[in-house]
Design a protein. Structure first.
Length: 191
């Protein structure tokens, strides 16, 4: 075999190895983006599961409180309206905002309930309050897991050279679940 053919074979092998390396890199990176994107979606689904649990508990809680706190109608209406907004939220930012509003309304409801000693001793109310507290803890855990998945995903799609592939394939930055500014002030308990 002459020297020219050997050089041509070596050049083709080098080109083949480079193309194979790029293909492997693109495939691996793309699959990593897909995996992380699905992880973000699965984490958000868990947040929504806990939101649904809270959403389902609220009518029972409101009805129990209604029997004791008839004069606290405004707070009960606020909780009911906030719950309706949660049911009508369509996208992640709207769901986050509606659930933050609902959390604020529920905290005001819990403050109102402190005013009624008979209500606090009612077994149905105690059970519902415990369920709601457990649900709020589950929501906090799932929000944290969701934010961790979003952070990992966002860092990956913004890092070089992955950011080039992410923009080519249309992977977008995911939205973190952030507490509303009103969460910085604790509800006031007044007797």
């Amino acid at each position: 075999m002459n020297k020219g053919k050997k050089n041509l074979i070596v050049i083709f092998l080098i080109i083949f190895v480079v193309i194979l390396a790029f293909f492997t890199f693109f495939k691996g990176t793309y699959n990593q983006f897909v995996t992380m994107d699905e992880s973000v979606k699965a984490s958000w689904a868990q947040v929504e599961n806990q939101f649904q649990r809270r959403y389902d508990l609220i009518p029972n809680l409101v009805e129990t409180v209604k029997g004791y706190a008839k004069q606290e109608k405004d707070v009960l209406v606020e909780v009911t309206n906030a719950r309706a907004k949660v049911g009508g939220a369509a996208d992640i930012p709207a769901k986050i905002g509606a659930n933050n509003e609902l959390a604020g309304a529920l905290s005001r409801l819990l403050v109102v309930m402190e005013r009624y000693p008979d209500l606090k001793s009612n077994q149905n109310f105690i059970r519902l309050q415990d369920e709601l507290a457990g649900t709020e803890n589950r929501i906090a855990v799932e929000r944290r897991r969701y934010n961790e998945a979003v952070k990992t995903y966002n860092v990956t799609i913004r890092s070089f050279p992955d950011n080039l592939l992410a923009s080519i394939f249309g992977f977008q930055k995911a939205i973190l679940f952030e507490a509303p500014s009103t969460a910085k002030t604790a509800p006031q308990v007044k007797f």
